[in-house]
Design a binder for this molecule. Structure first.
Ligand code: F6P
Length: 538
């Protein structure tokens, strides 16, 4: 543990009677198999499932009993979860290290709602930006937005990284079925020049609109790629004036947007109370709205809202984010499952695991409590995954027979967006078969062929993948991450852990460029020298 952490938290969470009761209860659970739990209760599948915001959430294939749930709910109460949820929805400054609200829920509030931040109602501002986004999206989509040489926009390139990229990419891929195929969408995030070069290789500048998407508008990768885009555009169109017609910005930082050369009339703002990884519903969703249109974007927001309402009002024992988050704590902290595999049986959700990695790990990958005390328990599990059925022919071997316990989230939909023969039935047959195999296993005399089973999973089943259901699904995970952070008493809305690497990269970049004396460790110095000697000078 870091010496900067004030002390080890042995007195707070782990000393709570509710935590210790779970610890004792674990001894009863460890010796039971899911086979036995299901045999003892023929209604288990129905009893341990719940519906909300259009989703059926079956958590029966977790290693839990009624008593586990009772104890987890008691822990949540002791940790003040309800109060924390209310504080978030009220716009209180719950992001304590940055002293601000974390109010992504306001992004999906209807016009009639009032949410105060520092005594100012933020909802009208949210809708003003949404209406401006809609006006631009409509003009681009219907060909009214004309580029420098009089042509309509046929390509949109979103330049951003982290929350300004992963959310937009995930939603674009997820809702591709609903997108306007006349507009090519590209996403550039990596500072590796290949990302930009390959993204624009086949595009004409006079038909391309760049969205420079950065909350801070100071992020090295995004600003560097945006400068490359500006040079590419001016080079192709021969005129600095082209920027006004080919660049828009999404940011909270009007000053830096203007300094970059984008007219703030072409800027879509948001607010410091929207975290990057929680920003899909803000102006960061401009690329999404351009792709799927205003109506679909508003349906996406309505889906978020449906889950927000469910989270706020459904009783804890019937509440999807509560249950999902508390079971995640149980699997992680008590059963020792240090990773979560997210397995969408829906090809359009192929970027969903990548998006969730930032949401969960940047939020809860913390080692001190909100009070700066080192935790004495695990926090965020490692999140990873691939769509089924591809994963089945890759890493599922480890899920079924490996030595590690991996908690799995299976996600799927009853209706195919692209029906093709009986392929959707086959897809869903695999989906259901995998969680069954993980839970129940199958005995064989030959050890290599034996499946122990007893491996926990959740099943999240929707009717079909629509903008509305996607919004609800994302909000489910946002709130589950919040529930977990609240139990661990950590701050889910900051990300100080990314700063050191950024600062060191700036120093190394200056050393590479300037050829100055090096004073790192022997490994880093040798790497920089080798690179300087072998690199191609541009
Ligand atoms: O470096 C991490 C981070 O701050 C993320 O939290 C954020 O989503 C990303 O960088 C991009 O930040 P910005 O939108 O300000 O460019």
């Amino acid at each position: 543990m870091s010496s900067a952490a004030r002390a080890v938290d042995e007195t707070l969470l782990t000393a709570r009677p509710e935590w210790q009761a779970l610890q004792r209860h674990l001894q009863q659970i460890e010796i039971r198999h899911l086979r036995e739990l299901f045999a003892a209760d023929p209604q288990r599948g129905q009893r341990f499932s719940v519906e909300g915001a259009g989703f059926y959430f079956d958590y029966s294939k977790n290693r839990i009993t009624d008593e586990t749930l009772r104890l987890l709910l008691a822990l949540a109460q002791a940790c003040g979860l309800s109060e924390r949820i209310n504080a978030m929805f009220r716009g209180e400054p719950i992001n304590t290290t940055e002293r601000r609200a974390a109010l992504h829920v306001a992004l999906r509030a209807p016009r009639t709602e009032r949410i105060l931040v520092n005594a100012i109602d933020v909802v009208p501002g949210v809708h003003t930006v949404l209406d401006r986004m809609a006006s631009v999206a409509n003009r681009v989509r219907n060909g009214e937005w004309i580029g420098q040489s009089g042509k309509r926009i046929r390509n949109v390139v979103n330049i951003g990284i982290g929350g300004s990229d992963l959310g937009p990419v995930m939603v674009y891929e997820a809702l591709r079925h609903y997108s306007d195929r006349a507009i090519a969408m590209r996403f550039v995030s990596n500072i590796d020049g290949t990302d930009f070069v390959e993204a624009v290789r086949d595009l004409s500048a006079d038909e391309t609109l760049f969205i420079v998407c950065s909350k801070t508008f100071t992020t090295q990768e995004t600003l560097t790629n945006a400068r490359a885009a500006r040079a590419w555009c001016i080079d192709a169109l021969g005129d600095q004036g082209a920027i006004a017609k080919h660049f828009v910005a999404v940011s909270t930082n009007a000053e830096e947007v203007a300094r970059f050369g984008i007219d703030t009339d072409n800027m879509f703002g948001f607010w410091d109370w929207v975290g990057g990884r929680y920003s899909i519903g803000s102006a960061v969703g401009l690329s999404t709205m351009l792709a799927i249109g205003e109506e679909n974007f508003r349906a996406l927001l309505a889906g978020f809202r449906a889950m927000d309402e469910h989270f706020l009002h459904a009783p804890p024992a019937r509440n999807l984010p509560w249950l999902h988050g508390l079971i995640a704590v149980w699997n992680n902290n008590f059963l020792g499952a240090s990773t979560v595999a997210v397995l969408p049986y829906e090809q359009y959700l192929k970027r969903f695991p990548a998006y969730l990695q930032q949401l969960a790990m940047e939020s809860n990958g913390k080692r001190v409590t909100v009070d700066g005390v080192a935790v004495a328990y695990e926090t965020a599990p490692i999140v990873w995954g691939e769509p089924g059925t591809n994963g089945q022919h890759s890493f599922y071997q480890l899920l079924h027979q490996g030595t590690r316990l991996v908690a799995c989230d299976f996600i799927g939909f009853c209706r195919a967006l692209n029906p093709l023969g009986d392929q959707h039935d086959l897809l869903i047959a695999n989906f259901f078969a995998q969680s069954e195999a993980l839970a129940f296993g199958s005995a064989a005399d030959e050890p290599h062929r034996n499946f122990d089973g007893n491996r926990p999973s959740n099943t999240i089943l929707g009717e079909s993948l629509t903008p509305h259901s996607l919004g609800a699904l994302v909000a489910l995970y946002e709130h589950s991450v919040f529930v977990q952070g609240a139990i661990w008493n950590i701050e889910p809305f900051d990300q100080w852990g990314v700063e050191l690497g950024k600062a060191l990269a700036q120093r190394v970049a200056a050393e590479i460029a300037g050829g100055s004396e090096l004073a790192h460790d022997s490994s880093t110095d040798a790497l920089i020298r080798r690179y300087r000697a072998l690199r191609q000078k541009s």
